[in-house]
Design a protein around this ligand. Structure first.
Ligand code: ZN
Length: 389
């Protein structure tokens, strides 16, 4: 019920210095330079000056598996709880991808509810690559209003040969439905756009803002670092006021040779004057990734994990010179702000106790999700229902 974390260097994401943090049940109850608490039966963890940061929010994860583009044997498996928590992730937004036929929305919702029952926080998007988008209730707008876990639509394919090649007006309709459904349900209403290698890039999204009353804040194009020409366009889009999502699992080794390393993409966006709050990063976790041998031959498919969120954030700091609090915001506060998760993304009294302790080497030492100790001394201590059997 109670946990006292002592001598933590708290980054909230802003640097709060060395503090003690008291968790009461699921919430952050107290933060102070020194807390002296007696008479409570509590766990006490002394971090000895190690960094304590908000749990990461991964806004784009294939929680029921993804892939399948190399045939049925390449469908990737479901996400397991300990694979999420061991990467420092405490909130996931699950979604369908290319396969909106054998992967269903009811299955996605069930998996999100399962992950929540196991201890983390999970949301989902309605829809998939295809347009018209698959829905629960017949429309995206009513999905947002009626189903608590639905926070938007995604991933809707844009500028990609695997999309349904919708017209611009069809994209407008999707964003309008998600915006209004979100307003009526008290949610942000985000359309997560999978962007491909097509040369129209983000043109349709710019045209939505210039030719309709819909704002940038309801649209989040992702995979913007998948190639050099899309990335250049994404810089321009974000300079104009758009929000952009870097995919941490995409890099020149596993994707196009001109893919932009995520840590480099973060630094270049900031160098270009893009507002920090407009830069987000997600893992594309549990999607499929092509595997290559040393000679560059494709030898099959693997499964993307979520560890790249932390390693790319680390590299943005250690290799690219990005400020630690700024880099941390990209996978915590910025996501919570855009998606309107008021209890997530920051270390503050009253917020959910989603916390990660990092070693000096950027390894995950401890994770608490909704106040529950999930990872201790680098090893998961809470496992999903069907793990370890
Ligand atoms: Zn995608």
């Amino acid at each position: 019920m109670f946990t006292l974390i002592q001598h933590a260097h708290v980054f909230a994401p802003q640097d709060l210095g060395i503090c003690d943090v008291l968790i009461a049940d699921r919430k952050i109850a107290m933060i102070a330079p020194t807390l002296t608490i007696t008479g409570l039966d509590m766990d006490v963890i002394d971090l000895d000056g190690a960094r304590l940061v908000p749990g990461f929010i991964d806004n784009h994860v294939h929680i029921t598996g993804g892939g399948g583009e190399g045939g049925f044997s390449t469908r990737t498996p479901e996400l397991q709880l300990s694979a999420v928590t061991s990467c420092g992730v405490t909130t996931v937004c699950g979604l369908l991808g290319t396969d909106g036929v054998t992967r269903s929305l009811p299955n996605l919702l069930a998996k999100a509810r399962g992950l929540e029952a196991e201890g983390i926080t999970a949301y989902i998007y309605s829809g998939a690559y295809q347009v018209p988008a698959p829905t629960f209730t017949g429309s995206l707008r009513s999905d947002l209003m009626i189903i608590d876990k639905v926070i938007g639509a995604g991933e809707i394919a844009l500028s990609d040969h695997r999309s349904a090649q919708p017209t611009w007006q069809e994209y407008v309709d999707i964003v309008a439905q998600v915006r209004v459904g979100g307003m009526l349900a008290g949610k942000a209403g985000i359309v997560d756009f999978h962007t491909g290698d097509g040369t129209r890039h983000l043109d349709y999204l710019r045209k939505i803002v210039t030719d309709t009353e819909l704002p940038y804040a309801n649209m989040l194009p992702t995979h913007i670092n998948r190639n050099a020409h899309l990335f250049e366009d994404a810089i321009d889009y974000a300079q104009g006021g758009g929000f952009v999502d870097v995919t941490s699992g995409v890099n020149p080794q596993n994707s196009a040779a001109d893919a932009v390393q995520p840590s480099v993409a973060i630094r270049r966006l900031l160098d270009a004057g893009v507002a920090l709050s407009h830069i987000l990063m997600s893992s594309d976790g549990n999607g499929s990734v092509p595997l290559f041998d040393d000679a560059g031959n494709n030898i099959g498919v693997g499964v993307a994990d979520q560890a790249s969120l932390l390693t790319e954030m680390r590299d943005a700091v250690t290799n690219e010179g990005v400020d630690f609090s700024a880099a941390l915001s990209i996978i915590t506060k910025n996501v919570a702000d855009l998606y309107r998760f008021p209890r997530k993304g920051e270390i503050e009294v009253g917020r959910d106790a989603d916390l990660v302790a990092l070693t000096d080497d950027y390894e995950v030492a401890h994770v608490w999700a909704n106040g529950r100790h999930m990872v201790k001394d680098g090893a998961p201590i809470v496992f999903g229902t069907f793990e370890r059997q």
